[in-house]
Ligand binder design. Structure first.
Ligand SMILES: [Zn+2]
Length: 691
């Protein structure tokens, strides 16, 4: 639930897969396929405010059978059918504003070259990017830069029949919109986690109405049974309101709230059931249909159990009310969908690592008594994204680890996926970015980063997920880290998984396994990690701030600890040149030893539940930021004019019909962000302005 200014965010439960910003900037694809792609496919599409809009390609779509393509098409339609829902969930008046924007673009006849209109257009694009009027990352309301008077002119000059007036006069309608759009203090934050307040009341999302946090908590306390080994995810699929003094849930289902979108989703998912690849997938999709029709959360659990077991299908889909970050008390799920196909080649790489999991555990530098005798990995695969919608668009995760229910994860397992074509597009943009040139210490670092950075990043992510989190064991009688290590648990867990990856990325074993061409690839990862942990990740902070977010803390902890401990052997050095600070790794093997030592210690802390040692480690190395360095880094970064956040235009699947039958499906790659969004609104507006 912690929010920070991270460039790439993702949707996961226990593990967040972050591709670090600097890693992005430093990476460049070197394989032949990618080089070809660079020439024929333009990744960069638009740039406005603090955002850059990119495009991605669906590699491998042509390899699918006609039936698989048909399945992909139905899942694509189902994903888009839920688009309105995310707007309404984030804020009650988002659809009103979006429909107003659409009426203006579709019918306003005035001068669109006008500077005020350009400002309005930027606002409109920001609304489409964030699925509403609050920033997709900071959750804060953004205000149009065009004046309210100009906005009035636009509304008055548009076709009133297309405005969501809801029985009001245009004048009253405009008066109502004024605080909603122009008052920065009015309902200004989707989710407010400040302590000592009623977080439910303070948050402007549309999950609750007329109800206090206490009332919500009492409602669910009464429902929950202690010692339930298979607890229901209460509240996941409803809005909670008070009607005539009674607390009730308005369930998101066919016949309930959002019915018109849900009916569409069910319509397309039923078609998908008919062309499913195998029985397991058929069962999975049928359970999803049942859940959307009934709103029964037991069905949702059944669906997730079936979904986890669906490992042999080429196509896969995430669809439903899933991530709970937008709810201050973490109950209500935002709608999202990700349609994907398995990336067969990259999956082989991750499977090769998973297959050797026991070797990695046996050869780990951690103490023998903390090693797992028998490692059970998680199902991991690499996917190519076909379509994203809801909370995973336009800003997207690069990795997904689901389901969220802990008991299902423990009893039935989970799926961990990394989104290869999304990462690929980031890499292409990153290679052009001036970040590497500005912050790398020497040409050799740059050269190595360009040659190996992308693969090194992939390997790091694979190992972090598959052999990192899965490794080690907690001593008998010691509780889970969230009880023993408390607020330091997630930082240390991420640090531990990173260290496993770092320790092995310099191991000849990877070369012998055939997943890494040379140890130089591992060196590129060390350069990038140290540079990011000590310098470039600071670009996300404001002057005066220290580190808060778990992944950022963990990276600085690992890098700074290694720097301090390696000082006497000059393992890493800070270099100052023309007023600019750089870091350089001088001894890669010694650095590897240091990573191994730290891994051993952090595993000990976790295994023994040593809160005191956890506190000292994180507070001494992972929190404090050298403010002089921060100022320098910020001023260098600001000169580069790099967009802080990125998102995507989605590809479009177009069926080729023969009469009533789909005989093929073509992929189109739109280039105009605004136009694409307006088209989506034309085709997929199922919900009224107010729900
Ligand atoms: Zn992780």
């Amino acid at each position: 639930m912690k929010i920070n200014k991270i460039i790439l965010t993702m949707a996961a439960s226990t593990c967040l897969v972050f591709l670090s910003y600097a890693q992005n900037q430093a990476q460049k694809m070197t394989d032949k396929k990618s080089v070809n792609t660079v020439h024929k496919f333009e990744v960069e599409a638009d740039r406005f405010a603090d955002l850059q809009v990119l495009r991605y390609q669906i590699e491998g779509f042509d390899e699918l059978t006609a039936k698989q393509k048909e399945l992909a098409y139905y899942l694509f339609e189902a994903a888009n059918s839920g688009r309105d829902i995310i707007y309404d969930q984030k804020y009650k008046y988002n659809l009103t504003i979006r429909k107003t924007i659409e009426a203006i673009f579709n019918t306003y006849m005035g001068n669109k070259k006008d500077a005020q209109f350009q400002k309005f257009e930027t606002y409109a694009k920001r609304v489409f990017f964030s699925n509403g009027i609050h920033h997709h990352y900071s959750n804060l309301k953004f205000i149009p830069e065009c004046t309210y008077d100009f906005f009035k002119v636009l509304v008055q000059g548009s076709d009133y029949r297309l405005l969501p007036l809801n029985g009001k006069s245009i004048d009253d309608f405009l008066l109502d919109l004024k605080p909603i759009m122009y008052d920065p203090k009015f309902e200004n934050k989707i989710v407010d986690l400040a302590s000592g307040i009623d977080n439910v009341k303070a948050s402007s999302n549309n999950f609750y109405e007329g109800i206090t946090q206490k009332e919500v908590e009492d409602y669910y306390d009464a429902k929950m049974t202690k010692d339930d080994t298979q607890p229901i995810s209460w509240g996941l699929n409803s809005k909670m309101v008070k009607e005539n003094g009674v607390v009730t849930e308005k369930v998101w289902k066919v016949g309930g709230m959002y019915s018109r979108s849900m009916e569409q989703m069910v319509y397309w998912l039923k078609k998908a059931v008919n062309v499913a690849e195998n029985d397991q997938q058929k069962l999975t999709l049928s359970l999803l249909v049942e859940y959307f029709k009934t709103g029964d959360l037991k069905k949702w659990d059944e669906y997730n159990i079936a979904w986890v077991s669906d490992v042999n299908s080429r196509l896969d889909v995430v669809n439903g009310f899933i991530e709970v970050y937008d709810d201050a008390i973490g109950k209500r799920g935002a709608f999202e969908s990700v349609v994907s196909l398995k990336d067969m080649i990259a999956t082989k790489r991750i499977e090769a690592v998973a297959k050797e999991a026991q070797w990695f555990e046996d050869n780990s530098p951690i103490a023998d008594e903390h090693k797992k005798k028998e490692v059970k990995g998680i199902t991991a695969k690499v996917i190519t994204v076909i379509q994203e919608s809801g909370a995973s668009a336009q800003s997207t995760p690069i990795g997904i680890n689901l389901p969220n229910a802990n008991w299902i994860r423990q009893q039935h397992g989970s799926k961990s996926v990394s989104l290869s074509n999304i990462v690929h597009s980031y890499n292409i943009v990153g290679a052009k970015s001036p970040m590497l040139k500005e912050f790398a210490e020497n040409e050799k670092q740059i050269e190595r980063a360009k040659k190996y950075g992308s693969l090194a990043g992939d390997l790091h992510t694979d190992m972090h997920e598959v052999i990192g989190h899965a490794s080690g064991q907690i001593n008998k009688g010691i509780g889970d880290p969230d009880q023993t290590l408390k607020n330091y648990a997630s930082t240390l867990e991420e640090a531990r998984a990173d260290l496993v990856a770092l320790y092995y990325v310099l191991d000849q074993k990877l070369v012998d396994m055939g997943v890494m061409p040379s140890i130089d690839c591992g060196k590129a990862e060390y350069d990038g990690y140290i540079m990011n942990g000590l310098i470039t990740q600071l670009t996300r902070l404001n002057i005066g701030e220290n580190l808060e977010e778990a992944h950022m803390r963990n990276r600085q902890l690992n890098a700074k600890w290694a720097y301090e401990m390696g000082k006497k052997d000059n393992v890493i050095s800070f270099i100052k040149r023309n007023g600019k600070t750089y870091v350089k790794v001088n001894d890669y093997n010694k650095l590897r030893d240091l990573f191994g030592q730290l891994l051993k210690e952090i595993q000990r802390i976790k295994s023994e539940g040593d809160f005191k040692a956890a506190t000292e480690l994180v507070e001494n190395y992972g929190v404090k930021v050298d403010q002089t360095l921060l100022k320098e880094v910020k001023s260098r970064f600001n000169k580069l004019n790099v967009a802080a956040y990125k998102g995507f235009i989605q590809p479009k699947l177009v069926p080729v019909m023969n009469g009533e039958t789909i005989v093929d499906v073509k992929v189109e790659y739109p280039t105009d962000f605004l136009k694409t969004q307006l088209e989506l609104s034309k085709k997929y507006s199922f919900l009224p302005a107010i729900n």
